[in-house]
Design a protein around this ligand. Structure first.
Ligand SMILES: O=C(O)CCC(=O)C(=O)O
Length: 328
């Protein structure tokens, strides 16, 4: 994958002061950093880490995900849920910079827990960003990213009850489509349930083992009931062998590789289905030049969203990635 022309992040922070920039390493090598293991070594997790059991490491290597039951304590789960509720229902002012995305079918409704689907860029809110610094989570993250870790993409996802259009589904996709940084094998996604999630309220499902394959072309689904912005799925996805439905309790954390194909079902319950997520990366990652690559259409869409939000024409494909923060 080509690496894009480098602009030091300090310059970006100057041009785009709305974005906070972490202390990147500057050592661009011009190549995709290969994480090919020597025989007997691990490819998708760090050799010799003491946090994962050998079973957990084997499952992650083979299937691309593991579940850590009861990782985040109840009082923290309640704190994140309450904060979401307060922001979504406008009990408190929306913290500047926090991006509020409404569900496509509720776009014209006033802001409420019923209409808000996602909060993005949680680093703009200390109470929600607390999740990305959680002392019970970071040791696991280190087992995939190594000791120096950046939070690169953060969301609180609320799935309100589906209107009947099935638009609350999230098509099967790979997160790397939206996250043009490398190496992918030093990125881990930490998705934690904020309440019980099951087939009825649209739990996540994953296609085990697909983290070993390439990044595939993505496109919007041909769904008559509509779909949410940036909810592109793997193009011409056929079959779903090895599909695993991830039912979970509040506080359970799913750790998965960013190339693992996954999605979620419609929320057919009367309640909300919330989760908080962070994509963590080894802090010395490099940017991919998205031009003429599989990442380009999603990157253009992100740029257009930033233009609309900030009223400013951003000319760098990767500028949204400057919303990352060093966490360890
Ligand atoms: O929590 C979900 O429903 C799916 C989230 C997801 O895969 C994403 O936002 O990329």
């Amino acid at each position: 994958m080509p690496i894009m022309n480098w602009t030091h992040p300090d310059n970006l922070a100057h041009d785009y002061p709305l974005f906070r920039v972490g202390p990147f390493g500057c050592g661009l090598c011009g190549q995709n950093q290969s994480t090919n293991p020597k025989s007997g070594e691990l490819k998708y997790s760090i050799n010799g880490n003491s946090r994962l059991s050998s079973e957990q490491q084997k499952q992650y290597e083979d299937q691309g995900f593991i579940i850590i039951k009861n990782l985040i304590p109840k009082h923290d789960i309640e704190k994140y849920s309450k904060r979401f509720h307060d922001i979504a229902s406008r009990r408190v002012p929306t913290p500047p910079g926090l991006v509020v995305q409404k569900e496509v079918k509720a776009a014209k409704e006033s802001q409420s827990e019923n209409s808000v689907y996602k909060l993005w860029d949680l680093f703009n809110d200390d109470q929600l960003f607390d999740y990305c610094l959680h002392p019970r989570l970071l040791p696991y993250v280190e087992a995939f990213c190594g000791p120096n870790v950046m939070a690169v993409h953060t969301m609180l996802i609320n799935k309100p009850p589906d209107s009947g259009a099935n638009s609350s589904r999230h098509p099967l996709h790979q997160d790397m489509h939206l996250v043009p940084i490398t190496p992918a094998d030093r990125i881990v996604v930490a998705w934690t349930a904020l309440e019980a999630v099951n087939r009825a309220n649209g739990c996540l499902s994953v296609i085990a083992g697909t983290h070993k394959g390439p990044l595939l072309e993505h496109d919007y689904p041909r769904w008559e009931g509509g779909f949410n912005a940036l909810y592109q799925g793997v193009k011409d996805m056929t079959g779903s062998e090895n599909r695993v439905h991830i039912e979970a309790d509040a506080g359970d954390c799913l750790l998965f590789h960013p190339n693992l194909i996954h999605g979620s079902g419609a929320n057919r319950s009367q309640g909300y289905r919330k989760a908080i997520t962070c994509h963590f990366a080894a802090s010395d990652y490099d940017y991919v030049d998205v031009k003429d690559t599989i990442h380009e259409s999603a990157a253009n869409e992100v740029l257009a969203m930033l233009d609309r939000k900030f009223g400013h024409k951003f000319d760098k494909y990767y500028v949204w990635l400057c919303s990352d923060r060093l966490v360890q």
